[in-house]
Design a protein around this ligand. Structure first.
Ligand code: NAP
Length: 546
């Protein structure tokens, strides 16, 4: 049994009694799950790879990191006191503020005493006879508990590009998800960055003004639209605090749990003038309205999508002075919004600066990373710093990195090699007592909203088990088959299912991850909630208990 590093209280002062639940991860999900299980009086241990709380917001400290959700729709909703005492400084908060917020939550609810930091879990094996999970840390230490809750985060397994010579570069080189904790000045430096996803866009627009030279190595351009962030005024702050109930109710009514909901009209049934006026309005408004609050068919009908793509392409051409550069920045292999839309603040204008160079690596491929920089087919680019904004092995990657085995040594990684099979995205078939927060096949959008809902539901399931003296839960195979088929069917209606991205499970830096899979539930958060509430109300009939 792992000894607790911090003074413990209550039943936990007797570690021989063992933990009743182990949670992996102390990000937004793990922190809230810990809080809820404590309310049930359970002895819980959380293992966290980082040195403090925060998950995504602990690791992703790169310049310009911030979320694209409205701040006031992003925080936890479970404590009125927390809502009233916390002040978000901006409508879309930057990473340091979000991390400060999560530290405040950890302090307020005294969460750290049950969390062991610097403790990466490398294996979790189920002992069928003892009905217990044994969790092994990188250090070799082990801990046991009947319940295992994975709060791993969908974007925690970062991936480096598999380019020859990657480790030969002599200067500092970082993946954005491993940005150093100590401040690092890039002023006047020659910087190379690989990638043009949501992360790279934030880095590029933030550092372009201070670096001496910036070269952006682009393989696939992404559609992006303006964020329109600004500080929250004192009057707005008062109004926000007075209307939290309405804000969260609004999020409950939308398909993505953002405040934005698709317009019921078709882009094809309105006049060109009306369409144009609506798109101009959305382009000028803050947040994801232009993505998930667009005409209802923009993300499902190729004709509507082509019109929206044309509109945004025109905006890019207007903003980028050199027409050749503008063309390179306009995606040609996927339509607007069919990958997760990055929101930007002056991104396109960066390419009008003399110190910024866009390198299209389809025209001039990267041959290798050298001690001095990057060699492409036509040039040697020398840098002081290299940045890998090359993304993540999404959703299943964090599970693949832990050796998870169910009864009889059944490996989760093998089971999910093709595609995941789950019931409600909360349990995999054949892995008793392993409960997933935001695993594959759950509704996703405004992440903390999804997390709170799932954690509350799992807490209800655990409460049910404790009330009825049940010690083992797993989903019935027919429930898994039905849910997995439903998830596939729901995704097939969206254009994004036909496009390679982390959301469809494609990552060319990971062996075997070149085939698209369905990793989320895209039937909408409202339908998802209806389903999980019905399962609970009808007594969890889709599960087998012992
Ligand atoms: P990403 O969207 O997967 O982008 C990775 C980028 O790296 C892509 O441009 C990719 O090109 C490129 N790349 C990967 N391997 C490469 C290689 N070997 N050679 C050249 N280029 C390579 O990852 P991300 O930008 O980190 O974003 C991931 C997700 O995190 C986002 O979609 C979003 O959900 C979340 N995020 C959110 C925020 C926010 O809330 N504001 C900010 C950042 C991230 P290809 O497209 O050609 O593969």
């Amino acid at each position: 049994m792992v000894a607790s590093p911090a003074p413990t209280a209550g039943a936990e002062s007797d570690p021989a009694a063992g933990w009743e639940a182990i949670i992996i991860g102390a990000g937004i999900a793990g922190m809230y799950q810990l809080h809820r299980l404590r309310e049930l009086g359970m002895r819980v241990r959380v293992f966290e790879a980082g040195s403090d709380v925060g998950g995504t917001w602990y690791w992703n400290r790169y310049p310009g990191a911030r979320f694209d959700s409205e701040s006031w729709s992003y925080g936890y909703s479970f404590s009125e006191e927390l809502l009233q005492e916390w002040e978000w400084p901006e409508h879309f908060a930057a990473q340091p503020d979000t991390l400060r917020y999560l530290n405040h939550v950890a302090d307020k609810f005294d969460l750290r005493r049950d969390i062991r930091f610097d403790s990466r879990v490398v294996a979790a094996h189920f002992d069928d006879a003892a009905n217990r999970w044994t969790v092994t840390l990188e250090s070799g230490e082990q801990a046991r508990a009947p319940l295992l809750i994975t709060a791993l985060g969908p974007l925690s397994a970062h991936t480096l590009p598999n380019i020859p010579g990657r480790d030969s570069f002599e200067g500092p080189a970082f993946h954005t998800a491993r940005w150093p904790r100590e401040p690092m000045s890039l002023a006047g430096k020659r910087v190379g960055i690989i990638g043009t996803g949501a992360t790279a866009i934030q880095v590029i627009q933030t550092i372009a003004g201070e670096v001496g030279h910036l070269a952006v190595f682009q393989r696939t351009p992404n559609w992006a639209a303006p964020l329109h962030n600004r500080p929250i005024t004192p009057e707005e702050q008062k109004r926000i605090k007075a209307s939290y109930r309405e804000i969260f109710e609004r999020c409950r009514q939308t398909d993505t749990c953002f405040i934005h909901q698709a317009d019921p009209r078709s882009a094809l049934e309105v006049s060109p003038e009306e369409r144009e006026a609506f798109w101009e309005k959305l382009y000028a408004e803050p947040g994801f309205g232009i993505w998930v609050g667009n005409f209802r068919d923009v993300l499902t009908d190729p004709r509507a999508n082509a019109l929206a793509s044309e509109f945004v392409a025109r905006k890019i051409r207007e903003r980028v002075r050199d027409p050749k550069v503008a063309e390179k920045l306009i995606p040609k292999n996927h339509g607007f919004g069919t990958r997760r839309l990055p929101l930007e603040s002056g991104y396109y204008e960066v390419y009008n600066q003399d110190n910024v160079l866009l390198v299209d690596i389809n025209e001039t491929p990267i041959e290798r990373i050298t001690p001095k920089g990057i060699r492409t087919s036509d040039a040697e680019h020398e840098f002081d710093v290299l940045i890998y904004a090359t993304g993540f092995d999404g959703v299943t990657g964090p599970y693949d990195r832990i050796d998870i085995r169910g009864p009889g040594g059944r490996r989760l990684k093998d089971d999910w090699a093709g595609t995941p099979r789950t019931f409600l995205g909360m349990q995999a078939e054949g892995f008793p007592n392993m409960l997933m927060v935001l695993g594959p096949h759950t509704a996703r959008g405004n992440i903390p909203r999804n997390i709170e809902e799932i954690v509350d539901w799992l807490t209800g399931l655990i409460r049910h088990m404790r009330a009825h003296g049940l010690t083992r839960v797993e989903p019935r195979p027919e429930a898994v088959a039905e849910w997995t088929a439903h998830v596939e069917e729901a995704a097939s209606r969206l254009l994004f299912s036909r496009v390679n991205s982390w959301q469809t499970g494609v990552n060319r830096n990971v062996e075997g991850r070149d085939v698209r899979r369905t990793l989320g539930y895209y039937g909408g958060a409202v339908a998802y909630r209806r389903k999980i509430e019905a399962v609970a109300a009808q007594g969890y009939r889709e599960f087998e208990f012992r």
